[in-house]
Design a protein around this ligand. Sequence first.
Ligand code: NAD
Length: 319
Amino acid sequence: MSAQVIDGRACARELKENLSADVFCLRQDGLTIGLATILVGDEYGSAAYERRLRRLAEELGVPYQPHPLPAGTSQNDLIALVERLNGDPAVSGILVLRPLPAHIDESAVFRAIDPRKDIEAVHPENAGLLALGVPRFVPSTAASVFHLLDTWLDSVGEDRADFYHRALIVVVGRSNNVGKPAISLGYERQATVESLDEWADRTTGIGRHTRAADVLIVAAGKAGLIQAEHVSEKAVVIDVGINPRTGADGRVHMVGDVDHASVAPRVRALTPVPGGVGPVTDVWLLRNTVHAARLLAGRPAIGAALALPEPTDSLLEAS
Ligand code: NAD
């Protein structure tokens, strides 16, 4: 029997409809919402992501400011732009697309973002709030992973709390932007969480951990890393990886970190690539932009509606 495929596009459509209604009402009500993105250079994946966000912002009626910069832009010039956007009242959310060129220290750039506009929670203040379980913003990819899981649990009639309390969640990949936030959200759901990085793969191998997983979240950026031998029948697999591959026709297409063909017949459910985590992440980034606008205007947050930890604005009030 083949696994259930968790449909990220359907999930994203529903989120988008709700968000669109929210944006319409808030803008009628005079709230300023605006997304600014900064793309340094033209890396394939981030340039594609920027184009998708631009289209989505247009569809949702969210004013959008793209800031494409040449790959040779200096760190000082980049930080100066971030500071200008911090002070721009038309901007509620700032996204600096990764990867940045090697001559730029990304942590210095992230520290320059006003934490109240830091919709991907890359500023240490927001990363710290997330780790403490009181996030101001939940980074969009990790939020999407758990939104897909929650939605799937609802669809199969499993009680979320009961499932997570019993579950072993194994997260493969430990980056600051995907793996670590996913670990924090697993803790928030009172699950047991294991985290693996490439050193586990190089030494003991990842299989002895991944085979025990009830939920396997894979964000390593390695096409085909997870094969049938790495999973068990009970696993719900969320494939975050996006890896460009050139097909026989010379066209570039995306594959995940999970070998869908060998894993799908073995597990309980899994997300496809494309059409899984990606579309939900895009909408969530816009959702965080709206959330930032609400917080900046002192309006109630929207996090609880999607069963994420209630975002905090206590620091906002203090600042
Ligand atoms: P990253 O390179 O910053 O981090 C990768 C992590 O995986 C590191 O912790 C590394 O140690 C670990 N890793 C690498 N090889 C491994 C192996 N063989 N075994 C175990 N761990 C291994 O990447 P990232 O930014 O976290 O992104 C990961 C993947 O997710 C990429 O393919 C990226 O394109 C994709 N991504 C997708 C979305 C989405 O919306 N679907 C969003 C962000 C990133």
